[in-house]
Design a protein around this ligand. Structure first.
Ligand code: AMP
Length: 342
């Protein structure tokens, strides 16, 4: 009887594990992470992982990062190791999530070639990220076909959700288009993934409230490993709006509203509570408070990161890549079989 109970318990646990929906996302190792990356993506990764509700996959999108400078190999290695340590210091845990590196799994790039054959050129030409990034000069083909590789990164694991910031919505939509095109040509293989946003899917630039905070415009970025003095300096010169009231109004006061959102997310105080606390006070006083909130919030993260060695981080991700590769290889085999490749 006891044996039967244990068996039933085992089956129930196995069912719960089996039934967990999969989520997958990644960041590019293309420089330091800013609070937009953190509040739009990484913080969410950690919360989704810790909820225990999902089968979590998070990766380093190193192949994507070679579509833009810097191109120095030493810098690239440094950026990859730095991002691995950022993931770990932020709270991603290899015991709870599969952490891996895109370039260590050849099946991603193989599938992206296959997806090229079902992707309409017109869809790629419409991608606003490509238009924005190619504005300043001649773009390479990788920047153009980037969303096809991204679709392969995602679909190869057949996830239900992809947690990202709002700027990735168009790319996630394209991965659904690619899934549909493939499925209608070769039969049902890929479920269509949905985006999963945080409450702050678009953090705006500190020096231009009409733009999102972006690694390609470092002057408007607050980096999560900036020290307290740097944070105070950047926030004190952040562009705010006319008037002096600390009031949330995303349309008429986008600058102060952005800072209110940041301070609220990192202090767990409602925006309305912050508005009350700062009623009658000026922008300068609120900016000092916001700077202390940001610096305090990331102090533990900075401390944890300095304690992580490159070797340890690399080992964790290489092990994760071996696990992820098994799933990716199985999907690729299924795809090749559907196409008729021998
Ligand atoms: P990337 O810099 O392209 O590697 O972006 C990594 C993740 O950060 C993606 O999920 C983006 O959507 C998210 N992200 C980047 N910039 C912002 C921003 N300003 N606000 C919110 N999320 C962002």
């Amino acid at each position: 009887m006891a044996m039967l109970d244990s068996f039933n318990l085992f089956i129930s646990i196995a069912k719960i594990i089996y039934m967990k929906e999969r989520i997958l996302s990644g960041l590019q190792p293309s420089g330091r992470l800013h609070v937009g990356n953190y509040l739009g993506a990484l913080k969410n990764f950690v919360e989704l992982q810790n909820s225990g509700e999902y089968d979590c996959f998070f990766f380093i999108a190193d192949y994507h990062s070679i579509s833009e400078p810097p191109y120095e190999s030493e810098q690239k290695r440094k950026d990859i190791l730095d991002l691995m340590k950022s993931y770990l210091a932020a709270g991603l845990d290899p015991k709870k999530s599969t952490l891996f590196v895109q370039s260590q799994i050849p099946a991603h790039t193989e599938l992206s070639w296959i997806f090229n054959s079902v992707t309409p050129m017109g869809e790629l030409s419409r991608m606003t990220q490509f238009k924005d990034k190619s504005e300043d000069g001649e773009a390479n083909a990788a920047l153009f076909t980037y969303p096809v590789l991204q679709a392969a990164d995602i679909l190869i694991y057949k996830p239900a959700f992809v947690p990202t910031g709002e700027d990735q919505d168009q790319h996630i939509e394209l991965s659904r288009v690619i899934a549909r095109k493939f499925n209608s040509r070769y039969g049902e293989v890929f479920p269509e993934p949905q985006s999963k946003h945080t409450d702050i899917p678009r953090v705006i630039s500190l020096n231009d409230p009409s733009k999102k905070m972006s690694k390609s415009k470092p002057n408007g970025c607050l980096f999560i490993d900036d020290g307290p003095e740097e944070i105070a300096k950047k926030l004190s010169s952040a562009v705010t709006d006319s008037g002096s009231e600390i009031k949330y109004d995303a349309v008429h006061k986008p600058g102060i509203s952005n800072l209110l959102r940041l301070a609220s997310a990192l202090s767990s105080k409602e925006i309305a509570v912050l508005e009350q606390e700062f009623a009658g006070k000026n922008y300068g006083e609120f900016k000092s408070y916001a700077a202390k909130t940001v610096a305090d919030y990331f102090a533990a993260y900075r401390e944890r990161k300095t304690k992580l060695s490159d070797a340890k981080a690399e080992k964790i991700f290489t092990k994760g890549s071996m696990k992820a590769a098994k799933i990716a290889d199985a999907t690729l085999l299924e795809v090749k079989d559907r196409i008729g490749l021998i």
